[in-house]
Design a protein around this ligand. Structure first.
Ligand code: ZN
Length: 111
C-alpha cells in the first residue's frame, strides 16, 4: 500500500459534488464535466461496525472495523479503520486520518 497524504477523488464542476472515487461522470448529477482532485485526509467516524468474519480476501484481516468516514469536506467513504487495538473504544465522532489506498479493499483510514 502506498502512503499518500490526500484522497484521490473527483469534483463535479456542474453541481460542486465531491466523491472519493475515480469515475468518468458525476454520481450526483450525471455530468461529465468533472475534474480529478485531491481530497483532504482528515475525517471522523460517521458510522461503523466490527466485522468478525470476513469473506474472501478480507477473511485474514478479521476482526476489523468497517466504517463510514466523513471527511472535513463532507465526503463519505466506506473504509477499513486500522490501528484499533480495542474495539470497545471505537465510537462515532472519533477523528481518523486517511492512510492510503489498498488495491484490494480501497481506502484505509487509521487513528
Ligand atoms: Zn454533479
Amino acid at each position: 500500500m502506498n502512503v499518500i497524504e490526500t484522497i484521490p477523488g473527483i469534483h463535479c464542476k456542474q453541481c460542486d459534488f465531491k466523491v472519493a472515487e475515480q469515475t468518468s461522470f458525476c454520481p450526483s448529477c450525471g455530468s461529465e464535466s468533472i475534474e480529478t482532485v485531491s481530497l483532504k485526509p482528515n475525517g471522523i467516524i460517521h458510522s461503523f461496525t466490527v466485522v468478525y468474519v470476513g469473506f474472501g480476501h478480507m477473511a485474514a484481516r478479521a476482526p476489523y472495523v468497517l466504517a463510514i468516514v466523513q471527511t472535513e469536506e463532507n465526503v463519505k467513504l466506506t473504509t477499513v479503520i486500522e490501528g484499533v487495538t480495542d474495539f470497545n473504544v471505537v465510537k462515532i465522532g472519533d477523528k481518523v486520518r486517511f492512510k492510503g489506498m489498498d488495491e484490494k479493499i480501497g481506502p484505509v483510514f487509521q487513528y
